[in-house]
Design a protein around this ligand. Structure first.
Ligand code: SF4
Length: 222
């Protein structure tokens, strides 16, 4: 049986577009190619199991989820602009063999990138825009449960790292055993059941006034 953790986000996006209003700016933001919608919905699924989240009122949860989504869309936009504007020659690739494509054992489930924050030990920190290293180290803020740089690959399904050739050293150390562990671990239905994911997606697009919120103020000053 196919592992449900490798979710087809294209179907989800099509469905949200059908059910949502074409003018709904939240739908537009969530359904952009590459936007990590599935990981965002999994993120909310993880939060349902956390005590602090459960203790919030329905309204507070809603406000918090929208804020998180605003932060997520802001960093997505920032990375997208950076990817569009950069010239490959401006980004010297670290001299390692695993630089350009994922290792063979990687099935692109993206589960290894479900981390709120990681050690900001980048091989070429100067090649990243100012503040990204800190953002990786501190995370996007309360409630975020996956890396700011994780995107979705809407062509072949699964996730992909939007800064792959410049990713941190801890990301490069992730091996087949750890990968296998995440892939085979049991998890709540909430996270990969298509119907539940879609329900959460519809709940999100019912908020029509989403605007990107800069993640910058959340970066702690040294
Ligand atoms: S930097 Fe890339 S590889 Fe590392 S956790 Fe983030 S998305 Fe995953």
């Amino acid at each position: 049986m196919e592992n449900r953790k490798l979710f087809d986000s294209n179907r989800l996006k099509r469905s949200l577009k059908r059910k949502g209003d074409a003018a709904n700016c939240t739908v537009k933001l969530l359904c952009q190619p590459g936007f990590p919608l599935y990981y965002m919905l999994r993120n909310l699924g993880w939060l349902k199991g956390e005590r602090w989240w459960a203790s919030l009122s329905l309204r507070a949860r809603r406000v918090h989820a929208i804020r998180m989504l605003g932060q997520r869309t802001a960093i997505f936009k920032e990375v997208k602009n950076w990817r569009q504007n950069r010239k490959t020659s401006q980004i010297p690739a670290p001299n390692t063999a695993d630089n350009l494509s994922a290792p063979e054992y990687c099935n692109k489930c993206g589960l290894c990138c479900e981390v709120a924050s990681g050690m900001p030990d980048f091989p070429l920190p100067e090649a990243l825009p100012a503040g990204w290293s800190e953002l990786f180290g501190n995370g996007l803020g309360r409630g975020h449960r996956f890396c700011p740089f994780l995107w979705e690959d809407n062509f072949s399904r699964g996730g992909f790292c939007s800064i792959y050739c410049l990713r941190s050293n801890p990301c490069r150390l992730f091996g087949p055993d750890e990968c296998d562990f995440f892939w085979k671990s049991a998890e709540p239905d909430e996270l990969s059941d298509g119907r539940k994911i879609l329900k959460t997606g519809r709940w999100l697009v019912s908020h029509r006034n989403l605007r990107p919120v800069s993640p910058r103020p959340l970066v702690r000053k040294k």
